[in-house]
Unconditional design. Structure first.
Length: 199
């Protein structure tokens, strides 16, 4: 009952595959896991078995497909990666639980997206920039928040990056044509814009 089919070799799916292949010991920590609803659920502790009737994957279908593809590409070799599995006794077709299951699926699949720039907001360079600019009477917004915008004495990190990049590269079109998040995603571009030595 996953609400989406396989999305293909997208960036996130490639990242899951790379993590599984290159650092399986960290896979558990870097992934949300798989969620299953089942009509019935019994744990056989003596035989260490989990028995489910009518299991339905409601979150993690992409992960399963990506992991199987990676496993297949690696010649079906053993891998130490572990995946968090959450199983709920929640009959999907039961009229009383159907609505709540749809609400759960929606909540699990529509969380706020974390952007590459969000992941850089606590970088020590960003914190230093914020302090340096504040000492000079400017507001520098490292984090996304409601109501933040550029002004005469204020600028968000996501606005500063493309402006600085296009000036540094003498390419005014770059700030418009380039997807801003790529400046934060690609290490070399990010380091070029927010050069630690210059800061």
């Amino acid at each position: 009952k996953n609400v989406r089919g396989f999305r293909g070799e997208k960036r996130i799916n490639k990242g899951i595959q790379k993590s599984y292949r290159d650092s399986p010991e960290w896979f558990w920590f870097k992934h949300n896991g798989i969620i299953i609803f089942a009509d019935t659920l019994e744990i056989d502790e003596h035989n260490e078995k989990l028995e489910m009737r009518n299991p339905q994957i409601v979150n993690g279908g992409q992960t399963l497909k990506v992991l199987y593809n990676a496993y297949d590409k690696l010649g079906k070799q053993e891998n130490s990666a572990k995946v968090l599995l959450r199983v709920y006794r929640l009959p999907y077709y039961h009229s009383k639980t159907y609505r709540i299951s749809v609400d759960i699926i929606e909540a699990l699949n529509s969380q706020n997206k974390i952007l590459p720039s969000d992941l850089r907001s606590n970088d020590p360079r960003q914190v230093r920039l914020e302090r340096l600019l504040k000492d000079r009477g400017y507001l520098y917004f490292r984090k996304r928040a409601k109501g933040i915008k550029s002004g005469k004495f204020s600028i968000p990190m996501r606005r500063l990056a493309p402006l600085y990049y296009c000036c540094k590269k003498h390419a005014p079109h770059a700030a418009v044509a380039m997807y801003v998040q790529e400046l934060f995603r690609e290490e070399s571009r990010y380091n070029s814009i927010f050069n630690e030595a210059q800061i």
